[in-house]
Design a protein around this ligand. Structure first.
Ligand code: SER
Length: 319
């Protein structure tokens, strides 16, 4: 990785990934792109270009302009938004990925793109979900993710494009909030804990989903991209996670810092149905064996860091 282009660079993952990549690979060597400009540290620390990933010509033009050897394709709609706007999700999630893959093919570049726990469905084994298992998701997001995993495998096998990817769980972070995901409650709960000492969860009690902290997610991306390609068997869809948690687990962890924190429930049937169709906890042994995946943060350390960072921050606005 010498010259890296990141799409969706102002999103939840992108805004932290770009800063880390600039620190490691040099600020001028990381080209951030996004469909819109919003206030973010990404500006002023290196190159930025406006890019709608469904614009194939512009995607290629920007990649050529900077002569990139790596594409980190993050731009996509998350699960709940994709359920609201399934056709738009297909266009952005599949069209954008195809343009990223074609650009990578043209420039002989490496490509990273995330899959998700959303690539599993209701008849996938819920506990210790194996790396290789049944994938019949019932959401548009899941359909996009499974098709994306297969498309990346296809570009590797057919055209020799060095595609790599992970199945991310819900990602917890304090810098840029996620938007339109099913696991977003796991971020919202910390903002509300600081501001109101209470939170009303749209996901029901006892609903377990996989989660991990953003610094571990960023390290995982870089580690996988730097890994010896000859050792990768599951190139495009490594299960990774740090913990399996339900809303009440977050509440208990928060209460050790904010004893009068209270958790209530007002379940959103759409997002609950999505959550119910996903695994409780996925097996990460392939990622450990093939490229040494090892997250550092657990629920206790995530909670401590989130409350500390948000408590000190002026960004703890709550809607
Ligand atoms: N965090 C994502 C979502 O909830 C899952 O990959 O949509």
């Amino acid at each position: 990785m010498k010259k890296i282009l990141v799409t969706g660079a102002l999103g939840q993952i992108g805004s932290e990934l770009v800063m880390k990549l600039r620190e490691l690979y040099g600020k001028d060597n990381v080209v951030a792109t996004d469909i819109r400009k919003v206030e973010n540290d990404v500006f002023g620390t290196g190159p930025f270009e406006i890019l709608d990933v469904t614009d194939k010509q512009k995607f290629l033009k920007i990649a050529r302009k900077y002569n990139v050897d790596t594409i980190m394709h993050l731009a996509s709609l998350l699960s709940a938004t994709a359920e609201e706007k399934p056709l738009l999700a297909w266009d952005i999630n599949m069209g954008g990925l195809l343009n990223g893959l074609e650009t990578a093919r043209e420039l002989d570049a490496q490509l990273f793109t995330p899959s998700s726990i959303g690539a599993f469905g209701p008849n996938t084994p819920k506990q210790d979900t194996p790396q290789d298992t049944l994938q019949r998701p019932t959401t548009m997001y899941g359909v996009n993710k499974v098709a994306g995993e297969l498309l990346c495998d296809y570009y590797f096998n057919k055209f020799g494009v060095d595609t790599r990817g992970v199945r991310f769980p819900g990602l917890i972070s304090y810098l840029t909030p996620p938007g339109g995901g099913t696991t977003d409650y796991a971020v919202d709960i910390y903002y509300h804990a600081i501001k109101n000492q209470s939170y009303t969860s749209y996901i029901d009690k006892g609903t377990y989903m996989d989660m991990m902290y953003m610094p571990d997610a960023i390290d995982a991306i870089i580690q996988l991209m730097e890994a010896d390609g000859s050792k990768l068997i599951h190139r495009n869809a490594f299960n990774i996670t740090a913990m399996s948690v339900a809303p009440e687990d977050f509440a208990r962890a928060i209460q050790t810092h904010i004893p009068n924190f209270t958790l209530k429930y007002d379940v959103d049937p759409v997002r609950q149905a999505i959550a119910d169709s996903w695994p409780n906890n996925i097996d990460v042994s392939a990622a450990k064996q093939e490229w040494g995946f090892q997250p550092k943060y657990d629920l206790t350390s995530i909670t401590q860091d989130m409350l500390e960072k948000l408590g000190n921050s002026s960004v703890n606005k709550v809607s």
